[in-house]
Design a protein around this ligand. Sequence first.
Ligand code: AMP
Length: 408
Amino acid sequence: MKFSEFKLHSQIMEGIDAIGYEKPTPVQEQAIPLIMQGHDLIGCAQTGTGKTAAYVLPMLHGIVSDKHRNDTIKALIIAPTRELAVQIDQQLEGFSYYTNLSSVAVYGGGSGTDFEMEKKALKTGAEVIVATPGRLISHLNMGYVKFNELKYLVLDEADRMLDMGFLPDIQKIMSHLPKERQTLLFSATMPREIRGLAKSILHKPEEVNLAVSKPAENVMQVAYLVYDNQKIALIKSLLAGKDLPSVLIFSATKSSVKVIEGELKRLRLNVKAIHSDLEQDERKIVLRQFKNREIQILVATDIVSRGIDIDNISLVINYNVPHDAEDYVHRVGRTARAEKTGVAITFINDKETRDFKKIEELIQSEVRKLPLPEGFGVGPKFEVTRRDNDRGPIRRKGMNDRRRPSGK
Ligand code: AMP
């Protein structure tokens, strides 16, 4: 899908081009049309999914396209922290660069001068306000903030706001807003309290679900602790005697992808690799063959993994632990699509335990480590060790230390 398909205002499209986004992320694809149609929306999406642009773009489109526009507050975005408010404001500035729209970020902690500047912007009609709850209330209490013409309200990271105890503040802010408005609520999780809040402030909301940082529940995730030189044999052992029509193997670099392809070919397995050295047409052919099940095993790098839109992959093997935890979720998400079940196996070598721990933290669950099959000997241990480059070189006690002056 392309951004042009949303039919956003030309000034907003210029902003998107200047920022360099090429195509919408899934949450944008789903949310932007619904918001443009005027629906209230519950978006279950985390930071990193592109959720900010998912609500900012259609909102800016609505404001800029309004022929009766005047200098009043049209949109209020409430975020739990200063950091998030700043990030949202930066994206707003980027997207509205080619419009004459004004926005202001209102967040606590700044100096008195900041407060005065915020006050001025609020009084003279900044059209979009990004605010943390407490600071906005301080301004509201002074009586000069007028929300009569507000059209859009966004609650971003609503679950975090409730965790931080902002519910009374949010309710107070609500009492200052017109009932007739479009309300958008984004939250990484949907506990009962959020559902309750949504029910009280949204009107017949549509829902978009994109819990990217957790693989589908129906993916069985397991891992093996294994040294690099044991990996090919392990793949062979995992595939032996099993009728697995589609196996996708991920590896970090194109050179390793080529090596794995070669090794598996030598085992007479039906395998092909896909990486950035292949021409676009060649990649398409390989993908089509994999999709049609003419190829059983596809070896790929992460770069191409996000574009692989194939259902029914029965097994995903991570030949190495992806360095970026989000990549793990993307890789694993290639299996068990469309409610089917799938298996994802990750090979963890002796240097990757720390990266794998990070993944487990992100997905908030511990992945079961299976013992290596019989005859493999022992693999590495799952110990999180300090890496040399994390805190400088590990120094050993030795001659150099003894010669060093004591510093007293
Ligand atoms: P968010 O989830 O809104 O915090 O966005 C996460 C990051 O993704 C931000 O750095 C955005 O600038 C970036 N981003 C959002 N949408 C897109 C897109 N369509 N293409 C590329 N990057 C994007």
